[in-house]
Design a protein around this ligand. Sequence first.
Ligand SMILES: [Zn+2]
Length: 225
Amino acid sequence: MNLKGSLLIFIGPPCCGKGTISRLCVEKLGFTQLSTGNLCRHHIEIGSDIGKEIDFALKSGKLISNELITEMVKAWLEVNASNCTSVILDGYPRTVPQARDFYDFLSSSDEMNSVKIIHFQVSEECLMKRACGRLVCKNSECQQVYSIEGKMAPKIEMICDICSGQLIKRLDDTLSTVEDRIKTYYKHESGLLNCFNELGMFTFSLAAENDVDVVFANLKKIIGA
Ligand SMILES: [Zn+2]
């Protein structure tokens, strides 16, 4: 795979700030962010074999299998990793089977040392507060996330800093759906963390309730950037 920097695995609940920190890593450190969601859409668009399988799974109302997701991530890394400094895996591995498969892949490609697992830690109360004040750019190509107030607020009220698109509240950010998403997340999180532990993969804790600048500075310390 021949990565020059690190392979970062960000783990944390919805609204923990992973997205914002990933964006800072991309903008300020030149990292590459690999979103499995975007990668799925890309494969469907170009009509690759993987894309056809994903499309079939989605159309028949099934979940995309762990194997398929891992295959897709592996294929991407094998082609692109050597051109990247560091890569942030966004939303992968999400389940225990994915973590095990990914571990096998890393061992076989001798890249275990470049992996850093970062666990974003935020209290549930803070997550709920953040979720309710979250705005997103309406432009589907952009989808930049903002907060209603504080440092992550847009420069002009309800207007996207990047594309000048209109900002809206995310439809799935109502209290009850956010609560559900957070609960579902925590149901899987302990299994995933235990799995990394069993595999001997060290997990760094990142206190993500702090100011975004502080969180980013602490992350840089952890990864030596
Ligand atoms: Zn925008």
